[in-house]
Ligand binder design. Structure first.
Ligand code: GUN
Length: 376
């Protein structure tokens, strides 16, 4: 994998770049649609490529390991061959889902034992095991096994957890570097900065992660309930330590405003369930603001969903029709809304890239955030 920076914004830390993987290039800053179980919910691979123009999608180790399982994925020839997605994939390590989804879990130095949220069966994730699993899934970018601390988090817990995440990272690197990808293309391992909202811990973690000199780095443990300002100051601190010439991935973030602010602090990659999950509940992000499609207000609005956005779903269907589909509980409602919201998120990062290249990113960001975040 290579990363080259193509432009710097003169007024902020924002930059554009190109990340090149064996499954093709990714223009940064980028938003990665979440495809937890090997599918971006309610969206076809063809729509992801042609309508949304997603350059990379996410998968989750926790879900894919439990279902369909490694036998099936290995026999299929990895996740790319299994789901037909030809572009890059990143898999999260399970270091988040195992805490948020599994019923009972025990975290120990060796690893985490947990019960499946699907059938209650017992499993164990270790740093080494999670590297092996992600080798079998075969994503281009794989994540280190970490503990994502909750918010708020006692200082002593955050410190001990961060130190364990660091020891786990050394074990991940040990296993990753002594193994190879199974399917004839390169994989790369990103470590994850933790440390809750404590500046001294975040500094220590960022220094430790930077010292590993991997091809890219991630910031975890944020957007877990802390105030936005605390998230931004943490990102600013961590990015002042992580190497400037490597991609930085902010995990699980966020709203359009969060993404633009983090881009201005030098973040290059994002993922979040927000556009797809909100879509299935009728909440749309548009170039005019946020719309709840279940509102009576849209019942006779026969204008396109978001003509300013372009793209199939946003220009072909009307607000009134989409509202009807939601009220009638029709499956197509979630499909149209997901396609629209992802088109919006990919539009947002494309706009950001264009404004960074043009040198007016900060003025554009400050002007557009209030509009994008207003409730219509
Ligand atoms: N997704 C969102 N936050 C995190 C995190 O801290 N760790 C991992 N592994 N995944 C995440």
């Amino acid at each position: 994998m290579t990363f080259s920076i193509t432009a710097h914004d003169p007024q902020s830390k924002a930059r554009t770049g190109t990340l090149t993987t064996d499954h093709g290039p990714i223009q940064t800053p980028i938003f990665m649609p979440v495809g937890t179980a090997g599918t971006v919910k309610a969206v076809h691979q063809r729509e992801l490529e042609t309508d949304i123009n997603a350059e990379i999608i996410l998968g989750n180790t926790y879900h894919l390991y439990l279902r369909p399982g490694l036998d099936v994925l290995g026999q299929a020839g990895g996740l790319h061959a299994f789901n037909g997605w030809r572009r890059p994939i990143l898999t999260d390590s399970g270091g988040y889902q195992v805490y948020s989804l599994s019923n009972t879990r025990k975290i120990k130095e060796e690893g985490v034992t947990f019960k499946s949220h699907i059938d209650g069966s017992n499993h164990r994730f270790t740093p080494e095991g999670v590297m092996d699993i992600q080798r079998t899934i075969g994503a281009d970018i794989i994540m280190a096994f970490d503990e994502c601390t909750p918010y708020p988090c006692e200082y002593e817990y955050a410190r001990k957890s961060m130190e364990m995440t660091h020891r786990w990272l050394d074990r991940c690197i040990g296993r990753f570097d002594e193994t190879e990808g199974h399917y004839g293309y390169q994989q790369t391992l990103f470590p994850i900065v933790q440390g809750s909202t404590y500046p001294d811990l975040r500094r220590q973690s960022a220094e430790f992660i930077a010292s590993k000199e991997r091809e890219g780095n991630a910031i975890g443990g944020l957007a877990v309930g802390e105030p936005a300002e605390e998230m931004y100051s943490t990102i600013e601190l961590v990015n002042s330590i992580l190497p400037v010439d490597k991609p930085r991935y902010l995990m699980g973030v966020g709203t359009p405003a969060n993404i633009l602010e983090a881009i201005s602090l030098g973040v290059d990659m994002f993922d979040c369930v927000m556009p797809t999950r909100n879509a299935r509940h009728g909440l749309l992000f548009t170039t005019e603001g946020i719309m709840n499609m279940k509102n009576e207000r849209w019942s006779r609005d026969f204008s396109p969903i978001d003509p300013g956005l372009g793209g199939y779903a946003s220009t072909f269907y009307t607000k009134a029709y989409l509202r009807h589909l939601f009220k009638a509980d029709e499956l197509l409602s979630g499909q149209i809304a997901s396609l629209h919201n992802l088109t919006f998120y990919l539009w947002l990062v494309r706009q950001a890239r264009a404004h960074i290249a043009a040198g007016d990113f900060v003025a554009w960001k400050n002007g557009i955030i209030p509009k994008l975040m207003q409730r219509l």
